[in-house]
Design a protein around this ligand. Structure first.
Ligand SMILES: OC[C@H]1O[C@H](O[C@H]2O[C@H](CO)[C@@H](O)[C@H](O)[C@H]2O)[C@H](O)[C@@H](O)[C@@H]1O
Length: 666
């Protein structure tokens, strides 16, 4: 028997508040994109089964997901309105919905019309992370509004179903599996509330329609008419705590919308590509773990760099490289509060023991990120293994010193006050970099084989470290007399590194700066040379390097990091063009004054954003699909830099390199 849901049912829920066992205590410490939504709107196959996709469907294509989050945890919602990935209370918590890397039995939250679905449309509600999925089916149209709540310290996923046209019957099915799909919860039902518990986790589902539960799942069948609403709120809590009080879904929606609109409204970027830039800024903000200020590289693990391959990594951590660049991108949008939060994160996490500076940390600064495999998950489209943790945590990557000092310098330029210990920090970093810059390392791409090398990018970033320290002293008087006394020595060191790179990284045979000293391989990471002010973009060596990259690393109009055929990364298989590198090529065009080519490449990149303006790490031009973890900060921050670079260079009508100093690199 179907039960009708009425708007008034929402009013029964009470107001948000947090109890002793609230999430906070457990947490360890496009604008309207209707243009894209229309472009992306897709009629499902006319002979699609009644429930649109049938039970136990596979995961969707990577670009067919929307991203929602509360700046603590996050979820991916497919265009069919399935939530296939949910990590709460933290981005790096064990997923409790993991169908993305498996099937229904690994956790999925579906809301599907029981009649044939004809078309789906998905968009963000203006400049927010409130996601609307419209399902047009034989019986009419319903809109599902999905969001998480950034304004509270709880972990709630809210789904509001709105009737748009006709009377549509839907089936809600919630298969929670804690521990990345491994743990079937114990399910207990109360009136309009079901509690699912396994080990340390519990999920409390409350709804404005009756719920039914079996041994393995919670479900509901209900009918929504035009103008009616039904709501579902799933709240995570530690299993030894009482259920948090019910949430008023309508009020939470208003607060969430207001939060994102207010944040996006403060954006100072006013250029031609505002929609894409604002969506990227919102995505970067949503990848920030609010309780600590840490920034994750992406909210997913093991979305493959090659479908069916082994290049599957966990990105739910805080890389110094990705995060400091994210911060630089946020500052282009005028967001300096975030700069403060990130600088404070750095101070808490790394400054105590700079001799053990890591390349990446956990969200709260955790150091040990041991990698292991989840053998019960088949992986995204059979891409095994699924990995949790990241073995790169104890790699040696020289570039992080440059990024850290560049971040401290950019923070000062953005008007942030000096850290009291600024000189002690800079001094210690400088001593360290001076003693290690000549050592081989594992490089920006975190190679897992082939031994340590003298990567060109790493050496250029060592130069950046010294250069930014000099600027901190020269422009901000950091270190006072002691800083000034060190200037001559630092300038000489900067010159030595410059000389070393120009002599040993330049390869006459390939007519380019090579991937590493003595190698014949190309690497797109050297495209950052003009960004950071190491050489101007119209230096003959850079012009030649760009030509070589155009010839040998461009595939289907996009740029690969390096050629995997040469076995440079020690991994089997191949990978697709890397989006950040493609943006860097566009930057070089802009810096060289090739504005039309820069715009053309930038527009090509914008065209592969998904219907919501989101980008993964890579793009496979042959298959025409996004690849890798999603959405990825690296891709979005590079987009922001390129939009800014093209506009700045066009305005200046310059044919010279960008005015130094730029961020470490975009
Ligand atoms: O390709 C091998 C490596 O891939 C991942 O690293 C990549 O993502 C990082 C986060 O965005 C980025 O900082 C790095 O430059 C990229 O190469 C993975 O995390 C590594 O473990 C893996 O070796």
């Amino acid at each position: 028997m179907f039960v009708r849901a009425r708007v008034s049912a929402l009013a029964r829920a009470s107001v948000v508040s947090s109890d002793r066992c609230g999430v906070a205590s457990r947490v360890r410490r496009s604008r309207d994109t209707s243009r894209r939504a229309t472009r992306g709107a897709r009629a499902l196959h006319p002979s699609a089964p009644t429930r649109g996709r049938g039970a136990n469907a596979m995961a969707s294509r990577i670009e067919d997901y929307g991203f929602i989050g509360d700046m603590k945890g996050s979820a991916l919602v497919s265009r069919h309105a399935d939530i296939d990935w949910l990590c709460v209370p933290r981005f790096d918590s064990e997923a409790c919905l993991a169908a993305l890397l498996g099937r229904d039995e690994h956790g999925r939250w579906a809301l599907r019309p029981t009649s044939r679905v004809l078309e789906t449309r998905q968009r963000y509600r203006g400049d927010t992370l409130v996601l609307e999925t419209e399902l047009e089916c034989d019986e009419g149209v319903v809109r599902i509004v999905d969001f998480m709540t950034p304004t509270s310290d709880r972990s709630d996923v809210v789904r509001i179903v709105e009737g748009v046209r006709g009377a549509v019957t839907l089936e809600m099915v919630l298969d929670v599996r804690f521990g990345y799909g491994a743990s079937l919860p114990w399910i207990r039902s109360y009136d309009r509330q079901v509690t699912l518990v396994a080990g340390p986790d519990s999920m409390h589902l409350r709804a404005s329609v009756p719920l039914t539960s079996t041994r393995t799942r919670v479900s509901s069948i209900f009918t929504i008419r035009a103008g009616e609403q039904a709501s579902f709120v799933a709240t995570w809590a530690a299993s030894d705590c009482a259920a948090p009080p019910p949430l008023d879904a309508g009020r939470a929606l208003q607060e969430t919308e207001r939060f994102w609109l207010e944040w996006a409204g403060r954006c100072t970027y006013r250029g031609k590509w505002r929609d894409a830039v604002v969506r990227s800024l919102l995505t970067l903000k949503a990848l920030t773990y609010a309780p600590t200020g840490g920034i994750v590289a992406a909210p997913t693990t093991s979305l493959p760099e090659e479908i069916g391959g082994v290049r599957n990594w966990d990105y739910r951590f805080c890389w110094l490289r990705d995060a400091t660049l994210t911060l630089d991108a946020l500052m282009i949008g005028g967001y300096s509060d975030e700069a403060r939060a990130w600088r404070d994160w750095i101070a808490r996490t790394v400054l105590g023991d700079l001799s053990r500076l890591q390349i990446m940390y956990g969200l709260a600064g955790e150091r040990r990120l041991t990698e292991f495999e989840l053998d019960w998950l088949p992986g995204y489209e059979e891409s095994r293994p699924v990995r949790v943790g990241n073995g790169a945590w104890n790699q040696f990557q020289l570039d992080v010193y440059g990024e850290t000092l560049s971040c401290l310098y950019q923070a000062r330029r953005a008007g942030l006050s000096a850290l009291e210990e600024a000189w002690d920090i800079a001094h210690e970093l400088l001593e360290r970099i001076e003693s290690i810059w000549q050592k081989p390392d594992e490089g920006i791409w975190e190679v897992r084989g082939g031994g340590l090398r003298h990567f060109t990018h790493s050496k250029v970033m060592a130069w950046v470290a010294i250069d930014r320290a000099i600027r901190l002293i020269e422009e901000f008087g950091v270190g006072g007399e002691r800083g000034a006394n060190d200037l001559a020595h630092l300038r000489a060191l900067r010159e030595r590194i410059h000389e070393d790179v120009c002599t040993r990284a330049w390869n006459e045979g390939i007519g380019a700066f090579a991937q590493s000293y003595g190698s014949d391989a190309l690497d797109a990471s050297v495209l950052i040379i003009p960004h950071c002010g190491f050489l101007p973009a119209d230096d003959p060596r850079m012009l030649s390097t760009v030509r070589a990259i155009e010839k040998r690393l461009v595939r289907g109009g996009f740029v690969q990091r390096y050629s995997t055929e040469l076995g440079l990364d020690g991994l089997p298989g191949d990978e697709s063009p890397f989006l950040a590198c493609s943006f860097w090529l566009a930057d070089n065009y802009a810096f060289q004054g090739r504005i039309a080519e820069a715009e053309e490449l930038f527009e090509r990149l914008l065209a592969i954003q998904n219907h919501l303006g989101l980008l993964a790490e890579e793009y496979d031009p042959n298959a025409g699909r996004q690849i890798g973890n999603f959405p990825q900060a690296f891709s979005h921050l590079a987009l922001i830099f390129t939009a800014n670079a093209i506009e700045t260079c066009r305005a200046k009508k310059t044919t010279r390199a960008q005015p130094a100093p730029q961020p470490a690199h975009p």
